[in-house]
Design a protein around this ligand. Structure first.
Ligand SMILES: *[C@@H]1O[C@H](CO)[C@@H](O)[C@H](O)[C@H]1NC(C)=O
Ligand SMILES: *[C@@H]1O[C@H](CO)[C@@H](O)[C@H](O)[C@H]1NC(C)=O
Ligand SMILES: *[C@@H]1O[C@H](CO)[C@@H](O)[C@H](O)[C@H]1NC(C)=O
Length: 877
């Protein structure tokens, strides 16, 4: 166990980024806090994806709408909202696209932070490992392609992010720019071609440079080289260093370095060439994306980047004998959704079906062809048998592992789960996948043959999963299941859930919800033992339970389930719902809107090699955590951007736990905001919701609630695997690290692999004091019989052993099975193929290197501010 001596996670980076004019080719947004004009991996990735998306929209005019014009977008920052508005219609939600973009950008950034990737020179084109780095790059590209072809787009996005990172690093870490190149390297992305003019062992490349800024330290060579970082591997005599504050190796002669990561001399000796390096990295990223588009086709490429407002449709279906009605209901619901949306922008991008039937579950059917899905679903019949309980959660886990993010999953069953031990893992997985799970439970106790008396709390795991995922559990009867399923299906497509006050039922007072002018299509669902309810609009007009068609809208009732569709446009202001009921009724108000938000967490890391924001899926107790909020659907002129803040609200009692102001970050129209969360706020052991509060142009309040609650986990759990794919018959080594920033903690560590390949792990229990961390390893045996082109998911869980259990930390890692021989050659493109602007210029052997000067020109004078910082850093690191 090593104390995290280097892991001071505090305000220093904040200080650095505030004071330094820029930091770029740093991983992500964090540098934007200080320097709106800096260029990071995240910027390069997002801008390249938007550029290629626009290209796709231009080449495939929207059906039934006027085509887009390049002139409308040229010379300005491309925004997802604008592109989608022009293509699909104004106000079209960009949630899925932005989420996919976030996944790629975070996978890209993670390469700089994960313990196993951050110092590997081959992943960063460091240490003259140009051939090895190129092989890695092609390996990731190939895997992204294969995973996308197998419809495993989430994995494909991970690999795409990793690939783009390595590709972009080439331009910052090598001397390609210094060689005077004006175009991306013509041979990097094509395995058939050889990298030429590589510097060999013994070629002297760099001269000594004692200044921060080293514009002339490359010896006048025509050979391609890259900088050595730190001591792994050590820098041979005469070779270049990466350089900058974090590179200890750059103190050895030849001192200095060549990286163009940022425009700051503190970090980048070749800071002056940062813009050129970024421009080439941007163009190369576009080439790589175009290559993927070329290989996957426009449809496959759109699915990879979720260039669609629609989500996936996923069913988990109990097929025991008693389930005839439910199976029919699922069929009807699917049919209706398919027919309603066919050919339109909201047509589901994927269809997933996982049947279960005691004791078995699966296999998973995944397709993007609605007819194939329908045919398959139609062939499912109830199969007899059926003692309560069933393997429902195992089936649900399988569905979650294969369903795209931000989708709805419907579980049809009449039995409680047998595999209750999976509950917490599934809660975590549903949050990682941002999938809402809705259980449609037909409770008809007479139907099943039972061996034992039923436990009254047997459906509690469903309730817990529904709560954690933002879904619902709806109990219904055979004769209503079809209608209820159909209503639930209609309301799944891109709706937000509105906050209710008070948030917790039952209560004596009427419930209040607020309608703002960016909401429409409001639907209210009520369910439970309700005797009456009355809905009132802000002007006092009301409609009650008996009025099917009333002044406010249309009410339908199916057993104990009511659905109210309000007329459009709904009146802006506070609406009331007064209910009398037995027990605890459930009430949901949903609406359509373009205004919504995504959020993620990160920790500011400043101890190199590249400072930035380490992406976290959940906040960790004791860490200074940054909350990132991405507001979507900002329509210029309608919103007052400066008044956004976030409330943290306990999800079980609805109490306010704290609130934080949001700082606009980066280009204002992108809608990015950050807030540093006080570690005291993150000592909460209970789940909480994030509520976004803002104002429109008239000062009226706008409010959106995250669809799922957050939890603060006790420890940071990092899981990393081999950077290439798994092969049948081989062993793979995975490592994980658990770090505590609070505690002490006694933890139980468990791992599981889906499908269940054999594995061993060397860590099952650990005691961690504050600031301690521990490494564990997993040896995974991939059987000879493993299916090629299939997904393997490894899940590691760290649970606390105390009497008052905190939430457990989970890490998920997706890997892909491929045979060694499967390495398809990414052939050299013909002249007509898309990536065509990549020919090397005639300047192949010229060089723009300037003769070495005496350190006067281009050197930065020692300004007091950075001296101060340098001292500060020495004191802290
Ligand atoms: C843990 O690390 C932080 C930051 O370096 C330090 O302030 C704190 O005193 C350390 N705590 C313990 C118990 O070592
Ligand atoms: C997309 O990128 C290319 C290559 O850098 C550039 O020429 C083009 O102007 C970009 N398109 C837009 C709309 O910015
Ligand atoms: C597990 O094995 C790895 C590699 O041998 C080692 O680095 C690590 O410390 C081990 N962990 C434990 C808890 O023994």
């Amino acid at each position: 166990m090593n104390p995290l001596s280097h892991c001071y996670l505090g305000s220093l980076l904040l200080l650095i980024t505030w004071l330094f004019p820029a930091s770029g080719f740093f991983p992500n947004i964090w540098s934007l806090v200080a320097a709106p004009s800096s260029i990071t991996h995240q910027d390069l990735t997002e801008e390249a994806v938007l550029n290629v998306t626009l290209q796709l929209f231009l080449e495939r005019p929207p059906s039934g709408r006027s085509p887009l014009h390049l002139e409308d977008f040229q010379g300005q920052t491309l925004l997802a909202d604008d592109l989608f508005g022009a293509y699909f219609g104004l106000g079209t939600p960009t949630r899925h696209f932005r989420a996919a973009l976030g996944e790629v950008a975070r996978a890209n950034a993670a390469q700089d932070f994960l313990s196993v990737t951050k110092h590997n020179p081959e992943l960063h084109f460091d240490a003259e490992q140009l051939v090895g780095s190129r092989a890695r790059l092609l390996g990731s590209l190939q895997e992204a392609l294969s995973a996308a072809r197998a419809l495993e787009y989430a994995l494909a996005r991970q690999r795409l992010g990793a690939m783009l990172h390595t590709l972009q690093d080439f331009y910052s870490h090598s001397n390609w720019v210094e060689l005077g190149k004006q175009q991306p390297h013509p041979d990097l992305l094509w395995p058939g071609r050889k990298l030429k003019n590589l510097a060999q062992v013994g070629d002297l490349m760099c001269s000594d440079c004692e200044e921060l800024s080293c514009p002339g330290n490359l010896l006048n060579s025509i050979f391609l080289t890259s900088g050595y970082f730190g001591a792994k591997p050590p820098k041979p005599p005469g070779k270049c260093s990466h350089g900058g504050h974090f590179d200890q190796g750059s103190h050895d002669i030849p001192r200095g370095g060549i990286n163009k990561d940022s425009t700051s001399p503190m970090f980048s000796p070749h800071h002056a060439l940062h813009p050129q390096a970024a421009q080439l990295a941007f163009q190369a990223s576009i080439q790589a994306l175009n290559l993927l588009r070329d290989r996957l086709g426009d449809t496959g490429f759109s699915r990879l980047l979720q260039i669609s407002p629609a989500s996936g449709l996923s069913f988990v279906l109990d097929t025991t004998g008693s389930m005839r009605e439910e199976i029919n209901a699922a069929k009807m619901q699917a049919r209706k959704i398919i027919d309603q949306h066919r050919g339109g922008p909201m047509e589901p991008t994927h269809y997933i079906l996982v049947p279960f039937h005691d004791p078995g579950f699966g296999p998973v059917l995944k397709t993007s062809d609605p007819d194939a899905f329908w045919k398959h679903l139609n062939e499912i019949h109830a199969l007899g048998g059926g003692d309560e309980p069933e393997m429902c959660l195992s089936a649900l886990e399988l569905a979650l592992l294969h369903t795209p993010q931000f989708s709805d999953i419907f579980v049809f069953t009449d039995a409680s789960p047998k595999d209750v031990h999976l509950t917490r893992r599934i809660e975590a997985l549903s949050q990682k996948q941002h999938c809402k799970v809705t259980f449609l439970v037909t409770e008809d106790p007479s139907r099943r043959i039972r061996r034992e008396v039923l436990f009254p709390k047997r459906f509690e795991p469903y309730e817990a999963i529904a709560r954690a995922s933002g879904g619902e559990v709806i109990f219904t009867k055979d004769k209503h299941i079809q209608n209820v399923a159909s209503v639930m299906g209609e309301s799944m497509m891109d709706m937000v859930t509105l906050a209710l006050v008070p948030p917790v039922l039952p209560c004596k007072e009427p419930l209040v919800f607020h309608v703002d002018k960016l909401l429409h299509g409001v639907i209210i669902h009520l369910h439970g033992e309700i005797s009456t309810f009355r809905i009132s609009d802000p002007s006092g007009i009301s409609q009650d339970i008996y009025q099917d068609q009333g002044p406010l809208g249309h009410i339908q009732c199916f057993g104990q389930f009511w659905t109210v569709s309000l007329k459009d446009p709904p009146q802006v202001g506070a609406w009331l719902i007064a209910i009398t009921a037995q027990g605890t009724p459930a009430v949901r108000v949903k609406a359509k809107t373009s205004l919504d938000f995504l959020f993620s967490f990160g920790i500011p890391i400043e101890n190199g090699p590249h400072p930035g924001l380490y992406p976290l899926s959940q906040p960790v107790t004791g860490l200074h955590t940054l909350l990132l909020v991405e507001v979507m659907g900002l329509v210029s002129g309608i919103l007052e951007m400066n008044h956004f803040y976030i409330i943290l609200r306990g999800s079980s009692k609805g109490e306010e736990l704290g609130h934080v102001a949001l700082e606009p970050t980066g280009i204002p129209k992108r809608g990015l905001f950050t807030a540093l969360l006080d570690p005291k706020l993150l000592l909460i052991q209970r789940p909480f919701f994030l509520e976004l509060i803002g104002q429109d142009d008239r000062g009226s309040s706008l409010q959106r609630v995250a669809s799922q609650p957050c939890i603060v986990v006790p420890v940071l759990l990092e899981l990393s695997g081999p950077s290439n794919s798994l092969s049948p018959g081989h062993q793979a080594l995975l490592s994980f690290r658990i770090s505590s920033f609070s505690g002490p903690w006694d933890l139980i560590i468990t791992a599981s692999v889906r499908p269940s390949f054999p594995f061993t792990s060397n860590l099952s229990r650990v005691h961690l004091e504050k600031n301690e961390s521990v490494w564990g390893q997993i040896w995974l045996q991939v059987p000879d019989s493993a299916t090629l082109d299939s997904l393997v998911t490894v899940i590691v869980t760290a649970e606390t052993m105390s009497n008052n259990p905190s939430p457990s930390a989970h890490a998920f890692l997706q890997l892909f099975v491929q045979s060694f021989s499967q390495q398809e050659q990414l052939d050299d493109p013909g002249p007509s193929s898309r990536p065509s602007h990549n020919t090397a210029g005639p300047e192949l052997y010229t060089s723009t290197l300037e003769p070495q000067r005496d350190g006067a020109a281009g050197t930065i004078r020692a300004e007091p501010w950075w001296k101060l910082l340098l001292m500060l850093s020495i004191a802290t690191w």
